[in-house]
Design a protein. Structure first.
Length: 384
């Protein structure tokens, strides 16, 4: 029997490609998503007349609310989250937005109920605009959850069939489904019995729905560009253009005789991040450590000799394999690793490509370069 401790759960392999380990870009997108949602919810407290003077059987006009300015963008951002990061990460963002929306409603309720301070003359206006209306809050949160979950689900399901092709179908199809559920739930829960006629309610709902879908269509070129840029920026994103066989991760497997010593060195001293650990029968143990972005460098022997000459001062030092770690301060890290038991082959040196490189022999017979980029220089040679 094998015991598994996973500190960073991974999504099961899929026929579609998603970023396996979201970077800081994901956090920025979630923040934008939540910000758009909160601003839209506050702006939605004001109704807006788009067209007036129409026949009464269609409600007398076309009306919307202040949320129409930004709320459609939440579906565009939701498309980006589902397209790049997959259903699990999109759901996480949706729940964060839901929690913040509920918190905002409760906060406005508490602030509105609190007695106004001396000189504050806007109590009634505050309550009128931001006051807690249970029916509206229920309608907003219900529509939001149903619409956003359906939006993300449709994006992922279409992508599993089309992979990287037909992005337009995923973006428009998901919005058509998600916005329909959102609009229908919100209007039914919030305004049935409030609008004087059914025609007015239907006009309000249909106008809002068509407008939101049109925003998605008009914004397609921008959405395409943003998704393309984020996919390039996410190191864990591997497009499935090779029939689902594209490499999604590179992992270096090292056999160690002293497991505990190697863990202390690479995890505790070098600072690699624990991702998963496994224990099995007969004392089998393995630890997977995160090392930032993984790349696979192919160098011929003259290039290897060049790097040896620059870093160590002579050729013939590197074997067939060498591991390079980019760190914030290679001089400090080199000193720490040396004290921790690594053999110093060559101290830090400034290279012709403007990086500070040091060479060490670590545990498990791993020869490694520790380097820090000092600036940007265009050179054809490796920078590690």
């Amino acid at each position: 029997m094998t015991t598994v401790y996973a500190t960073q759960p991974r999504e099961a392999p899929s026929t579609a490609s998603f970023a396996t380990a979201p970077s800081g870009t994901y956090a920025v997108i979630v923040a934008v998503f939540c910000g758009l949602l909160l601003i839209s919810n506050i702006a939605a407290t004001k109704t807006i007349t788009v067209v007036n003077g129409l026949p009464k059987f269609v409600g007398g006009g076309i009306f919307t609310d202040g949320g129409a300015f930004l709320f459609p963008l939440t579906y565009i951002v939701g498309d980006i989250l589902a397209e790049v990061y997959g259903l699990r990460q999109a759901k996480r963002a949706i729940w964060v937005g839901f929690g913040l929306g509920a918190l905002a409603s409760l906060t406005f309720l508490a602030v509105g109920a609190a007695p106004p301070g001396p000189g504050y003359e806007n109590q009634e206006a505050f309550v009128a605009v931001l006051g807690f209306v249970p029916r509206i809050v229920l309608a907003s949160l219900s529509g939001y959850l149903a619409g956003q979950f359906l939006n993300a689900y449709v994006v992922v399901k279409i992508k599993e069939r089309t992979k990287e092709r037909h992005l337009w179908a995923r973006l428009i199809g998901s919005t058509v489904v998600g916005e329909f559920a959102d609009t229908a739930l919100f209007c039914f829960i919030a305004f049935v019995g409030v609008f004087p006629t059914w025609g007015g309610l239907i006009s309000y709902a249909v106008a809002g729905y068509i407008y939101k879908v049109l925003v998605e269509v008009i914004m397609l070129p921008v959405t395409y560009a943003v998704i393309r840029a984020i996919k390039r920026r996410e190191p864990g994103y591997a497009p499935s253009s090779q029939g689902g066989t594209a490499v999604r991760q590179m992992r270096l497997v090292v056999a160690v005789d002293d497991y505990d010593a190697a863990v202390r060195f690479y995890r505790d001293e070098l600072g690699l991040v624990l991702e998963e650990t496994y224990e099995g029968e007969n004392g089998a143990r393995v630890m997977i450590l995160g090392a930032g972005r993984a790349t696979f460098e192919l160098s011929n022997r003259p290039q290897i000799d060049l790097i040896d000459t620059v870093e160590v001062g002579r050729t013939g030092v590197s074997g067939k394999y060498r591991v390079a770690f980019e760190v914030g301060d290679s001089a400090t890290v080199t000193d720490r690793l040396n004290v921790a038991g690594a053999e110093l082959i060559a101290p830090p040196v400034v290279t012709p490509w403007n990086s500070l490189n040091a060479r060490l022999q670590g545990p498990a017979e791993v020869q490694l370069t520790v380097f820090t980029e000092l600036g940007t220089t265009k050179v054809p040679a490796e920078q590690s």
